[in-house]
Structures are given as structure tokens and as C-alpha cells.
Design a protein around this ligand. Structure first.
Ligand code: ADP
Ligand code: ZN
Length: 760
């Protein structure tokens, strides 16, 4: 082998994505002394113009097409922070979601990790911990190491590495077994440290659970046997686990994870932020807190402090936590090798990130599974249309759990036609006579009631019947919501607040009989207190939750029977389990049907099914009342019958006719600016560009520009162009290119959203 000439010879080049937004990558020379420490994923400090900036090495090359390269200043941190599989995912995100590489890169590392300039905890000490009871089983190497630590009682980590001729990873194993602590002056920040967790054993599965687990296990076995050079795994590694609430999906996840660990692989569990409660986390920690598959379980979600997030992330990166449970961004957890990704409540819209990069974590889970040869399980009681469509197209395997584990029947759902109620009573009451009667009966029996309305505040608009005045937000094109307790009018888009008027503010009018219309939870609460004076009523929505612990406290009071009726927004719709709730009332089921979005029906079906699932989870059979002005709408009728497949089949016809997802795919281009005329003008120009793209590519339908459903938000006017296509990757590439060439004036902004979840 030839040695590398020292002068004027061959130099190694690193391609670097800078943290600063410049929409491209730059090449740098690697100084010879840094060559051993520069790899894909290494954090580096580089010169950029007159400044020094941080960046990430995305490739190490032999040469560069550019001349006059500058040198990397230094590397930061020991281990490469971004592993090659995650780098691959970053590239995929940048390509598919049309965003700059540095934007995609930003999403994959927590800020606390990315911004860390120096190595992590340079001076660490290893301390022997007092031991009680049975000593843990140790390998020969660990045994030797333990003997040294016992003798010294406490010594610097680096010292121990040298003395024992071992690695810090092996020492970490002792820590995981509870023999030693490794810490500087402060000890490790474990957000769940105070909780005492009792270990659990696997449950004996029922027949449907066994079938589901076996399919997942077979897939993991197949993936493990695959040679590296074989082609990527096909559809046979992704499963949709369609199971009604309480059917035991989580138990299937737990046993699938145990199998992955047994194969030497790690697992990621994605859960919507709102369901990521201590109870959820505890179920996972408890199962893997001891036994042959013992491991740490890392938790990643937005309520961790920067320090906690930093520590959790490094536990994963060091391979000490083999299981990660977290919200959307946990899809980027550096678990290696990855055997299994679970996406619970996969239909949840919160998996979509509504700022750049606008990724959907559910879809990225599938991409990661394909890239890294991991099995993927998407679980839901109401799968999204996209996932079930993929089952129909044989891209995903279907696993069904059709019954609740405890054999409890699904609740009876009664739809109440509010049109006839309105006719009979001359004007619409909040509660139909049937719902009122049902509430009375349940209260008499000391059972609990949940009432659901997806709108907070007292009423959604304030009007003057004399002059026609409507109170609107000065910044957004919406009417202001009246909050009675605060005596305020509030905009639910931008947060604008003003004092509620006592009479019509139009000076020439001044009518004192102003009218509030459109019902909110605050008014429902007041109506309950008036109509059921002996009942203890509590409201739960973002207005009543002022502090972090309020959520837990209210639910705790409800659980222990200190509350009879809980009224709330979608916050109470999901995942909660209260055995004594026998009646659920949905005050206005049509609210979500009338949003201008092709997914309105699907959302309504999902919401009704989820809310209805709160009733009758204990001994007594549950009952659900759905009040509606469009009682025969399919979304309502199929939810009434608990018929997911029926809903899917009629809904897919409508999507097919208009080539909406999941049949086609959508890219939504939104232009915004302060002048409506300018926004419109540029949008028209953009439309012509899109027509050209559509002609070149074929199979692209262009619609718009049209004012966004919410034309003005926070003082910006917004116009949209919607593209529908069956060839999204190709279209994405065209859109990325367009970003470079299409001149957008400085005072306007263009947002490209691929596979948008919200069209507002
Ligand atoms: P899901 O995730 O589908 O809502 P869970 O996994 O939470 O359902 O299961 C609901 C309840 O049933 C839990 O208390 C769980 O411990 C229990 N359970 C699940 N599987 C079994 C089983 N095979 N035998 C007994 N109980 C089970
Ligand atoms: Zn506003």
C-alpha cells in the first residue's frame, strides 16, 4: 500500500452542512491531524466568510469539484452525532419534503445535543454502590472490572479505563446493573427517577394477539436472515395493527419488542405527545426493568428540560437504552441496530410537523424501516385512509384485533336528530331531551358522564342583530370568540385579546341587545351547573389548564369520583380509561364535518369513534349520544355502527373521484404576504410555472391559486395552489429546483407542504 505524500499530495475533503441557513453544502479540507476523527456525522467548526460556524460532515470525499478549499478548524465531541443511517434519512427528507439539507439536519438532533460545543461530561467519576441481596450476573470481563472498582471505591472514569484496559461502554454496563454510578458532581438527570416501578411479566395472549405477534416476529426473523447485499425489504415488513380500543395492542407491542431485543436489536415506540403519560412510559419501563432483556428505556418528548433531553439522547447513542419511547421527533433516535418501530395511534395528525421540515413521523417510520431492515407496526383503532389503502394494495400486512380483551361490549351509540329537536322546542337547546334524561339517570346511579364539544370559550361569535356588526379579529379573517369568565373576546388563531363590549361598538348603533352565537365548552359548563345543580361539574380545555399539573389533577379527581360530569374539548377524547364512565355525550358532532378539508369526514369518524370509546370500559354497559344536525352523514352513521371498513369503502370512492389522498398525493403551495394584491399577483405567476411543470411531468393536476380557507392569519394574506399527483418524488424534485429558480419577492414567503395534513 502506498503511503500518502505529505506535501501537495492528496488531501481528504469533507462535505459539510452548516447550521446557518444557506440551502447548500460546502466542501472543506481535512487537516491531516484531524483525518482519523472526521467521519460522516462528525460535528465540526469551520470558517465561513469572516465567521466560524458549526456544521455536520455529511460525506468524506477524495476530491472536490470546487477549488480554493478552506480547512476544518476542529472537530467537536467524541462519537459522530449523526450515524450513517440517520444521514440517509436526512437526505431522504431533504429530497422528498423539498427542504434545505441544514433544515432536515436540524430536525434529527435535539438542540441540547447539537449546540453542545464541548464533549459530554469530560471528567466523570465511577463510584461503587452499596449492594443488597443477590449479586447480578456478570461476564468475566465485568467481574474483573467490578473487582477493581470495589477496591478503589471511587475513581475517575478515564483512570479506570486505563487500569482495567477496558472501554467506557463496559463500565456503563456495570452502571446499568446497578453496581456503580458514573457521574461528575451532579448526578444523571432522569426525569422519571422519583417513580418507583414494579416489574411486570408478559401476559398470556389471546388467539388474535398471538396471530398478530407471530406475523411481526416472522417478519423480524426474515429481516435478520437477509444478507446485507440483498435488495431492500419489500412490503412484508410493515404492518397495520387495526385493533379496537382496549383490544390489547400495547401487550403485542411489548412482546414484539422483547423479541427484537432477543435478536440484539433495539426498538422505537412513537406515541402522540398527548398520550405520552407517565403511565404509558411506566408500562414499557416496568416490562424491561429486569430479566434477560433488561435495558434502559429512554423517553423523548417536548416537556423534558434541555439537560434531560441531552442525557436521554446520549443514553440511546451509547447503546445503553435499547428502547426509546417518544413523540414525533423520536423517529430520529439513533438506535442501532434498529429492529422494530412502532407507531401507536398512527392516524394522529400530531405526527405531522407543521414547520419545516414538514415531515410526517409515521411515514418516516416506514422509510426508516425500509432503509434499515426493521419491522414497522402502525397501530390504531381508526387507521388513517392512507394506511388502510396500503393494506388494500398489499403494501402493508393487516393484523386485526376485533374484540376488547375483557370481552366488554362496544357501547351503544344513539344519534339524535337535532333538527327535529329544534323544531319541537322552537329554538335549539344545548341538550336534547334524550341526552338530558340520560344524564339524570346516570347521575342517579352514581355513574359518571363525559361531554364533548370541540370548541372552547362561551360562544364563537358576537353579533349585533340591529346593524349586523360582527366582532372580528383585526389580524385574521375569523370572528372573535367570547370568553365569559375573562370577559374577553379572543382570537383562536393569533391570540389577539380585547375587552368584551357591553353594547354594539358601532357608535351610530350602540344596541345593548348584542347576541352571542355558536356554542363553546364554557357555556356548556354553565348550562350543566344550571340544569343539574347537584352534580359536580368540571371543564377541561386549554383555558382551564393553566399549569402543567392541572391535567393530571383534574383527571385524578375524575378517577376518584370527585367529579360527576367532565366536559371538554378533544383533550378528553383520547386514550383515557375511566371504568365508571357509562355515558358519553357529543354535543355537536357536525363541527368537524364543516371544516373545508377533504379529510373532514375522516376526522369526524375518527373523533366520534375515539370519544365513543370512552364509554362503558367497566362493568356497566356504555351508552353514547351523538347530537347532530346532519344525522345521516356517513361519517356519523358508520361511527354509530363501529364499522371502520364500511366507512373506508365509501370514503375511498370519494377520494378516487377527485384523486385525493390516499389515491393521489397532494403538495400544497402557500404564498403569504401583507399585501393581498401582491400575493395574488405572484400566485398567478407561480400557477403558470406549475402548469409548465405539470406538462413536463404528466399526471399532475394543478388547482388554484385560491384564497386559503383562512385567508388572513396574523396579518398575512395567504393564497394556495394545490397539486395532486401520483408521482410525488418526481414532483418534489421539480419543486426543489423551482425554489432555486423562481424569484419570490422579499416581502412574500412560499411554503411547500408535501402530504399536508391541514389545508387551512
Ligand atoms: P390497547 O392498547 O389496544 O388499547 P391495552 O394493551 O392497553 O389495549 O390492553 C387493555 C388492557 O387489557 C390492559 O390493562 C392490558 O394489561 C390488558 N390485556 C392486554 N392483553 C391481555 C391478555 N392477553 N390477557 C389479559 N389482559 C390483557
Ligand atoms: Zn387573530
Amino acid at each position: 500500500m502506498l503511503s500518502r505524500p505529505k506535501l501537495g499530495g492528496h488531501r481528504v475533503v469533507a462535505r459539510v452542512t452548516l447550521d446557518v441557513a444557506v440551502r447548500r453544502e460546502f466542501d472543506y479540507l481535512v487537516p491531516e491531524e484531524l483525518e482519523p476523527s472526521v467521519h460522516e456525522g462528525t460535528r465540526v467548526k469551520v470558517p465561513f466568510g469572516p465567521r466560524e460556524v458549526m456544521g455536520m460532515v455529511t460525506a468524506v470525499l477524495d476530491e472536490s469539484p470546487h477549488g480554493n478549499l478552506r480547512e476544518i478548524i476542529k472537530t467537536v465531541g467524541g462519537q459522530a452525532l449523526v450515524t450513517p443511517p440517520i444521514l440517509r434519512l436526512v437526505r431522504w427528507i431533504a429530497d422528498y419534503y423539498c427542504c434545505a439539507p441544514e433544515i432536515a439536519m436540524k430536525a434529527v438532533l435535539p438542540d441540547a445535543v447539537r449546540k453542545e460545543e464541548e464533549g459530554w461530561r469530560e471528567r466523570l467519576y465511577v463510584r461503587a454502590l452499596p449492594q443488597h441481596g443477590e449479586p447480578p450476573k456478570l461476564t468475566k470481563r465485568q467481574e474483573d472490572l467490578w473487582t477493581i472498582v470495589e477496591e478503589w471505591r471511587e475513581l475517575p472514569l478515564q483512570e479506570l479505563v486505563r487500569l482495567a484496559g477496558t472501554t467506557s461502554a463496559t463500565i456503563r454496563k456495570l452502571e446499568d446493573k446497578g453496581l456503580v454510578s458514573i457521574a461528575p458532581q451532579i448526578s444523571e438527570r432522569d426525569p422519571y427517577a422519583k417513580e418507583h416501578i414494579l416489574p411486570t411479566q408478559p401476559l398470556e395472549l389471546n388467539a388474535q394477539q398471538v396471530t398478530a405477534l407471530e406475523s411481526i416476529v416472522e417478519s423480524m426473523e426474515r429481516l435478520a436472515k437477509r444478507d446485507d447485499d440483498e435488495t431492500k425489504p419489500g412490503g412484508d415488513n410493515v404492518f397495520l395493527l387495526h385493533g379496537v380500543t382496549g383490544s390489547g395492542k400495547t401487550e403485542v407491542y411489548l412482546q414484539a419488542i422483547a423479541h427484537a431485543l432477543g435478536q440484539g436489536n433495539g426498538a422505537i415506540v412513537l406515541v402522540p405527545e398527548i398520550s405520552l403519560t407517565p403511565q404509558t412510559v411506566e408500562r414499557f419501563k416496568a416490562r424491561f426493568s429486569q430479566g434477560p432483556q433488561q435495558t434502559l428505556v429512554a423517553v423523548l418528548h417536548s416537556h423534558l428540560s434541555a439537560g434531560e433531553r441531552h442525557d436521554e439522547w446520549h443514553k440511546i447513542r451509547q447503546g445503553r437504552a435499547r428502547i426509546v419511547i417518544g413523540a414525533r421527533s423520536a423517529v430520529f433516535a439513533p438506535v442501532e441496530p434498529l429492529g422494530l418501530v412502532i407507531v401507536d395511534e398512527e392516524h394522529e395528525h400530531s405526527y405531522k410537523q407543521e414547520e419545516a421540515p414538514r415531515y410526517n413521523a409515521r411515514d418516516l417510520a416506514v422509510v426508516r424501516g425500509q432503509q434499515e431492515g426493521a419491522a414497522v407496526v402502525l397501530g390504531s383503532a381508526t387507521p388513517c385512509m392512507e394506511s388502510y389503502h396500503n393494506v388494500q394494495r398489499k403494501k402493508y400486512g393487516l393484523l386485526s384485533l376485533t374484540e376488547r380483551v375483557d370481552n366488554i361490549q362496544m357501547p351503544i351509540v344513539r344519534v339524535i336528530d337535532m333538527r327535529s329537536a329544534a323544531r319541537k322546542e322552537k329554538g335549539v337547546g344545548i341538550f336534547s331531551p334524550q341526552l338530558r334524561e340520560a344524564i339524570l339517570q346516570r347521575l342517579e346511579k352514581n355513574e359518571q358522564v363525559m361531554l364533548f364539544l370541540n370548541r372552547r370559550g362561551w360562544s364563537s361569535s358576537l353579533q349585533c342583530p340591529e346593524c349586523g356588526f360582527v366582532a372580528e379579529c383585526p389580524n385574521c379573517s375569523v370572528s372573535l370568540t367570547y370568553h365569559r369568565a375573562a370577559q374577553q373576546l379572543m382570537c383562536h388563531i393569533c391570540g389577539h385579546i380585547e375587552a368584551a363590549p357591553k353594547k354594539c361598538p358601532q357608535t351610530e348603533c350602540g344596541n345593548v341587545a348584542i347576541r352571542f352565537s355558536g356554542l363553546g365548552t364554557e357555556k356548556v359548563e354553565a348550562a350543566l351547573e344550571k340544569g343539574f345543580p347537584s352534580a359536580r361539574v368540571k371543564r377541561m380545555d386549554s383555558d382551564t389548564l393553566k399549569r402543567k399539573e392541572d391535567y393530571r389533577r383534574i383527571l385524578g379527581d375524575f378517577r376518584t369520583g370527585k367529579i360527576d360530569i367532565l366536559v371538554g374539548t378533544q383533550m378528553i377524547a383520547k386514550g383515557l380509561h375511566f371504568p365508571n364512565v357509562t355515558l358519553v355525550g357529543i354535543i355537536h358532532a357536525d363541527l368537524s364535518l364543516h371544516i373545508p378539508d377533504f379529510r373532514a369526514g375522516e376526522r369526524t369518524f375518527q373523533l366520534l369513534t375515539q370519544v365513543a370509546g370512552r364509554a362503558g370500559r367497566g362493568e356497566v354497559e356504555g351508552e353514547v349520544y351523538v347530537q347532530s344536525f346532519t344525522p345521516f352523514h356517513p361519517a356519523i352513521q358508520y361511527a354509530r355502527r363501529h364499522d371502520y371498513v364500511g366507512f373506508y369503502e365509501q370514503e375511498i370512492e370519494f377520494r378516487q373521484q377527485l384523486n385525493y389522498p390516499p389515491v393521489g398525493r397532494v403538495a400544497l403551495l402557500t404564498l403569504r404576504g401583507r399585501s393581498e394584491d401582491r400575493v395574488k399577483f405572484v400566485a398567478d405567476h407561480l400557477r403558470r410555472e406549475m402548469d409548465t411543470v405539470a406538462k413536463e411531468l404528466g399526471e399532475v393536476v394543478v388547482a388554484g391559486p385560491a384564497p386559503a380557507p383562512l385567508l388572513r392569519a396574523e396579518n398575512f394574506y395567504r393564497y394556495q395552489i394545490m397539486l395532486r399527483t401520483s408521482r410525488m418524488p418526481q414532483l418534489s424534485r421539480k419543486l426543489s429546483a423551482l425554489r432555486e429558480t423562481f424569484q419570490i419577492p422579499d416581502d412574500l414567503r412560499l411554503v411547500i407542504d408535501i402530504d399536508p395534513m391541514s389545508l387551512s
